[in-house]
Design a protein around this ligand. Structure first.
Ligand code: 6R9
Length: 645
């Protein structure tokens, strides 16, 4: 029989940072007296000037402010590097494995410190100062981490753009952030393919509205020919060779910005989520240690790309602040074949593996036999993030990768939350496959109905008090921050997710309740994909919804109405997919495009997505009342030609 509950394992409970009793006690303490709890936790990092104030927060939309440790000063890079040097300078900070697996490089904390100091001096020499925004469009190489920490060292705000995004997407983020400088590589390598990063940056910078970028620093990864703009483009290695090795860390106020990271919402352009220095770092470090039960000396592998929040908090800031040894993989964990993951776990004796359900499902689909050779004895804790994990995938992860010996921490959180919010602490909370279980210290999740009243069972997930890792604003648009997160359910932070709570108080995330879809754990706004589609000259109108997809969790389903006289051909379908890929990036390219002579609309002209979602999910029997539509017959036509039968 399949088990629904997996009790805490004794061998984990025996050595954990936080056992059952401690979790209960600390959780209660954290919500009863947040000042005292976070005041104590703040001490886990080094401050240049200690804080005397801990929390200064109001969620009232008319007086919104979120400040933690506000009179303290510190530097994030000094916390990730300098403070480990005296005792752990020779500890490996990063183990880098190349895409082809032929090169493995160990970088100690001393070496990483030296690289960061040198590159921080490079940035300074290029005129970058505290408060300037630097765009990072890098492959998964050590220098990507160096770029981030070098920015943090001099107080520059990094804006990392995932290296799969298109030139247009890069341009939009550069313009929004008024970025001064771009750091990139000639090419990236992933799954055996070269990705033309510099070419994408060149194209992005040809955008007429970009006036702020003076320089592009290019790291040489493949050495293949690239276009070169004299006076603008500079080689990383040339600059580094001439840079000094000492670079004192800038003293930053706790609430000074650390980074911006863009994420999709239900409307408009992606939002620049702004995280600040002190609270973010405390939260990332604490959650990394407690949720993964991290012990010094263990090898920790987070497969996320640095272009996502998981890469920021759990590949860079959290683990490095804790002095951890992190595996950094340039490529894809199931390339050249599914056994790559297992080989890497054994090769590097990985103790903690943090990945996404979409990868687990992909591996599962390729067959267990690829894992026959996995020794896996080094593994202790497994984690997932990005989307709900289906119980089948959970059990497979548990049995085939974890050999039944490793607890799985299903971590629910968001770009906005900075760190993990709901997860089973491995030595304290029994797991239930598919549930993120119970809140982390200081987190007060609640379910509310459409009018904001608390409900039992199922509802909208809100968080009713602040935590140090919370985003502080939407960069350049504070009003949008208030509107998006604090106006729907006043007094609460609205997550945009729905959830269910069971009789044990466990949370089961049911997915987004807004127009955001989650494709392979990556957030995509349906409005963004629609606007890309309608910018094509053959398209009159488009509506985009998510639909259940075996591997990706959700796939992108687009209903497209063509302009009069345009023929609906297979070539055009391909062309539209390519078009979206070019406009936004490969992850936004629709999986299915259905030709729609017209779309279901209300009499006032609003598209009724709820019908489109059902048709895409092939749930046509349960459509509900269609009489409010201006023309109900549209539905029959769409059902008839649906693609996901
Ligand atoms: C960290 C990250 C956030 C959205 C979030 C939710 C979904 C993330 C999840 C999960 C169920 C989990 N999500 N983790 N849903 N269980 N363990 O993924 O950030 O890219 O901003 O996405 O992802 O819908 O709202 P981000």
């Amino acid at each position: 029989m399949l088990k629904d509950r997996y009790p805490v394992m004794q061998h984990i409970a025996d050595s954990t940072h936080v056992d059952k009793a401690k979790y209960q006690a600390l959780y209660q303490a954290s919500v009863n007296d947040p000042e005292a709890f976070w005041g104590e936790q703040g001490k886990r990092i080094d401050w240049m000037k200690p804080y005397t104030k801990v929390k200064n927060v109001s969620f009232d939309p008319h007086n919104l402010h979120i400040r933690w440790y506000e009179d303290g000063t510190l530097n994030a890079s000094a916390n990730c590097l300098d403070r480990h040097l005296a005792k752990h300078g020779d500890t490996t900070a990063l183990i880098w494995e190349s895409d082809d697996g032929n090169t493995i490089t160990n970088v100690t904390y001393s070496e990483l410190h030296a690289k960061v100091c040198r590159f921080a001096n490079v940035l300074k020499a290029q005129g970058i100062k505290k408060g300037d925004v630097v765009t990072i469009y890098m492959p998964m190489v050590v220098e990507a981490v160096v770029s981030m920490l070098a920015c943090a060292r001099i107080g520059a705000i990094h804006s990392v753009v995932f290296a799969g995004f298109s030139p247009d997407s890069i341009a939009g983020r550069i313009i929004d952030g008024k970025s001064k400088l771009v750091i990139t590589a000639d090419e990236g390598l992933r799954g055996g393919r070269a990705i033309p990063l510099k070419a994408s940056v060149d194209e992005a910078l040809s955008h007429k509205d970009i006036t702020t970028v003076d320089k592009v620093i290019v790291y040489k990864r493949t050495g293949n020919d690239i276009n070169w703009v004299e006076g603008r483009d500079l080689w990383w290695h040339d600059l580094e060779a001439g840079a000094g090795k000492d670079c004192p860390a800038e003293e930053m106020a706790a609430e000074d910005p650390l980074f911006i990271l863009y994420t999709s919402g239900s409307t408009g352009k992606p939002k620049g989520v702004l995280h600040t220095t002190g609270g973010y770092l405390v939260y990332a470090a604490l959650t990394h240690e407690v949720v993964f039960d991290y012990k010094p000396g263990e090898v920790y592998w987070c497969t996320a790309d640095i272009g996502w929040i998981t890469g920021h908090s759990y590949l860079v800031y959290g683990p490095l602040a804790n002095g951890a040894t992190c595996l950094l993989h340039e490529g894809v964990p199931n390339s050249p074949g599914p056994s790559r993951l297992a080989e890497m776990v054994d090769r590097h004796q990985v103790a903690i593996l943090y990945t996404a359900p979409t990868l687990i499902r992909a591996l599962m689909a390729q067959g267990e036999e690829h894992f026959a050779k996995l020794d896996g004895k080094s593994l202790r804790i497994l984690g997932t993030v990005g989307e709900p994990i289906n119980p089948e995938a959970w059990r497979w992860y548990h049995e085939v990768i974890g050999k039944g010996r490793c607890p799985i921490v299903d971590t629910w959180w968001q770009t906005e939350t900075g760190g993990i919010m709901i997860a089973p602490l491995p030595g304290a909370v029994d797991a239930k496959p598919g549930s993120a279980t119970l809140p982390f210290f200081g987190i007060q999740p609640q379910l509310v109905d459409a009018t904001g009243n608390p409900v039992e069972g199922e509802g909208n997930l809100v968080i009713s008090d602040s935590w140090p890792g919370q985003m502080r604003t939407v960069y350049g648009d504070h009003e949008r921050f208030i509107q998006t997160y604090f106006s729907t359910f006043p007094g609460n932070y609205f997550t945009g997710d729905g959830a269910r709570q069971d009789q044990d108080g466990y949370f089961w995330i049911t997915g987004r309740v807004d127009d955001v879809i989650n494709v392979s754990g990556h957030r995509m706004g349906t409005a963004e994909v629609e606007s890309a589609l309608v910018s094509h000259h053959d398209v009159a109108e488009a509506a985009v919804v998510g639909y259940p997809h075996d591997i990706k969790g959700q796939g992108i389903y687009a209903y497209v109405t063509l302009n009069a006289g345009v023929e609906a051909t297979e070539e055009l379908r391909q062309a539209l997919r390519q078009w979206v890929r070019k406009e936004i990036g490969a992850l936004a390219s629709p999986d299915l495009i259905q030709w729609a002579p017209s779309l279901p609309k209300t009499r006032s002209g609003k598209i009724m997505r709820r019908f489109l979602r059902k048709i895409a999910a092939n749930e046509c029997e349960a459509l509900g009342d269609t009489t409010t539509l201006a023309d109900p017959s549209v539905i029959d036509v769409l059902i008839e030609s649906r693609l996901n039968k």
